[in-house]
Structures are given as C-alpha cells and as structure tokens.
Write a protein that binds this ligand. Structure first.
Ligand SMILES: O=C(O)CCC(=O)C(=O)O
Length: 322
C-alpha cells in the first residue's frame, strides 16, 4: 500500500497503522462513531459513499446555476476534450464534454456543497486541519476518462496528501458514463514517472509512452490483485470521497442520459497545490469554518465577493490547453 512502500508522506489514513489510529481516535472521542465508520471505509476501500450529503434543494440550485452560466459566460471558464480553455458560451456548453473549471470560485452555492457538514467532517478528520478546495469541476455528461490515479495530474507539494469528492446533482443511471473504480486500488504500489520518481506526469518531460504504461499498469495490477471494479450509481445529493491513489475513471456511455455532478479536490491547508508556485495571486479564501478555496485561474485576493464583484479570471490562462 502507499503507506508501506511509498517514498512520500501519506495522510494518516493511508499509513499501515491507519486502522489502529482510527480505533484510538474513536475510543478517545476525538471523532464520532459516524465519522469513524466513514473513515474505516476510506481506509479499507479507498473511497466512502455518503448518502444524502447535500439536500435535493441545494443540488437543484447548483444545476440551475450551471445551466445559467451561458448568461454570463465571461465569469466562468470551461474546457472541452482536446480544446483550449474558453468561456462557457452556448456553443461551448452544447459540447457534451464541456465542464466548468474552478466552478467553486464564482458559484453562489458550490461552497455549501463542497463543504457540507458530512463532507467537511471527513476532510477535517483525515487532514487533521482545515481543508483547501481546488480544481472544482462540473460535469453534465459522463467523462469516459480512462481509469487513472489523480496524483498523475493533480499536483500538490505532498503528492499523496489530497482527497476528492464527487457530488451527484441528479440520480445517476447505469450507462450514463457513471464513475467507476477498483475498490482497494489506493493500496497499490506507487507508479513513478521519470528518473526523479515523480507521482505526477509531466507530458513534456516524461512523454506519452510512459503515460500509456501508467494507465495500463494500474488497471492490470488492480485486476491481478483481484480488486473489484465497481460503479457509483448515486441518488441526487449523494457524495463519494476518494483517496488520492484510488484507480477510477468514467465508464463507457451507452445511453443519452446526463450525469450531472460536481467534482472537487482538497488538500490540507499546509499542503500547497503546484499552481501556488507559479501564480503570483495564489490566495486561500476562507468560505467555511474549516474550509478554504483556492484557484489556479482566478485572483482570489480581491476583497469583494460575488454579490458585488466576481473574482477576475487571470487572462494568461485563457486560450491555452493544459
Ligand atoms: O466523473 C468522472 O467521470 C471522472 C472524474 C475524474 O476522474 C476526476 O475528476 O478525476
């Protein structure tokens, strides 16, 4: 497991003694029985499902807000597969691969969802500190993204120290490209890129061949270990939190259904997302009791909040894929 062989410092939930540490925390009353149960699943399987993490009303508000971005496209930034960043105009949103990037910045409701109490309790217990939410994406349709481990693309100063959440904004049905994962795959030995032994994949430095080998290797090793390939078919408002090394992706789409969701990555506040080293405007904005947000694409140092002034997009990132 990452904790046994990794050269990196994992979160305590990924260490070999995690179960014993969890029992001690529960015994001492440091964490509640409900949170302990959830952490137990995260430790064992690499993910935990939280039914009804957010209300239907909040999910509906988010869906409406996402549908309305075309009314003020300049406030948001979107991606489509193999295309540069763009504002979410009607044409961009018509593309099924469209997703809004860093939605948590200019959304009125996202922070209530990404730091809802059931999610925040797990984050804070795992991080033993406040959480920083970054890379927050919306999906209307399945991504069909290959099975991967996020650490290849989500780069933070302590490579294993982050979690992600997937919040269902509607009931998800089979065939819509639902999230899939190998249960327990967070315990696979690290796949490292380049001579420097990096958890993250740098396309220019490492090239495409090793990336293909990475994707093949994690699936092959999951299968060799006999890990079960599972799918997430949540009801509106359910959430799934996964460990950084869980092998997961978007399953094949076989019908026309949407699969509306909000995906967010989080690290402890003391851990720094890579973008903090090259954006001079990196800033942690407090949005919850023990929750902050940050962004690669927006300048969050501005004092005013969305009611009077949307945080500005950093223009240097428009037009460039990445
Ligand atoms: O929702 C999906 O289809 C995949 C999301 C994902 O894998 C990710 O954001 O890392």
């Amino acid at each position: 497991m990452p904790g046994a062989n990794t050269p990196f410092t994992p979160l305590w939930t990924d260490r070999p003694d995690a179960t014993a540490v969890l029992a001690a925390k529960r015994e001492s009353g440091q964490i509640s029985p409900v949170v302990a149960e959830r952490l137990g699943q995260l430790i064992e399987k690499g993910y935990v499902i939280i039914p009804g993490a957010i209300s239907h009303q909040l999910a509906d508000l988010l869906v409406a807000e996402i549908a309305a971005v075309t009314g003020q496209p300049e406030m948001f930034i979107a991606r489509r597969d193999r295309a540069a960043y763009a504002h979410p105009t009607k044409e961009v949103v018509a593309d099924k691969t469209f997703r809004i990037i860093d939605f948590h910045v200019n959304s009125r409701h996202a922070d209530k969802a990404i730091f809802c109490s059931a999610i925040a309790e797990v984050l804070n217990a795992v991080f033993e500190s406040p959480a920083n939410a970054f890379q927050c994406l919306t999906f209307n349709h399945g991504s069909q993204q290959a099975m991967h481990q996020d650490g290849a693309y989500v780069v933070v100063s302590e490579p294993l120290q982050f979690l992600a959440s997937w919040i269902a904004l509607e009931d998800v049905s089979a065939g819509s490209g639902e999230l899939e994962y190998f249960s327990g795959s967070h315990k696979l030995d690290d796949f490292l890129f380049g001579e420097e032994g990096s958890k993250s994949w740098l396309p220019e430095r490492h090239g495409g061949q090793i990336h293909r080998a990475f994707l093949d290797s994690i699936v092959q090793r999951s299968e060799t270990e006999g890990l079960t390939r599972e799918t997430f078919l949540p009801k509106k408002g359910d959430a799934l939190i996964w460990a950084s090394d869980l092998v997961h992706g978007g399953s094949a789409i076989s019908n026309d259904r949407t699969r509306k969701s909000l995906v967010t990555h989080y690290c402890p506040v003391a851990v720094k997302p890579k973008f903090s080293t090259f954006t001079k405007y990196f800033h942690l904005r407090r949005v919850a009791k023990r929750g902050y947000i940050s962004s690669r694409h927006y300048d969050l140092r501005q004092r005013k909040w969305w009611r009077t002034h949307y945080p500005r997009l950093a223009p240097s990132f428009m037009g460039k894929p990445g």
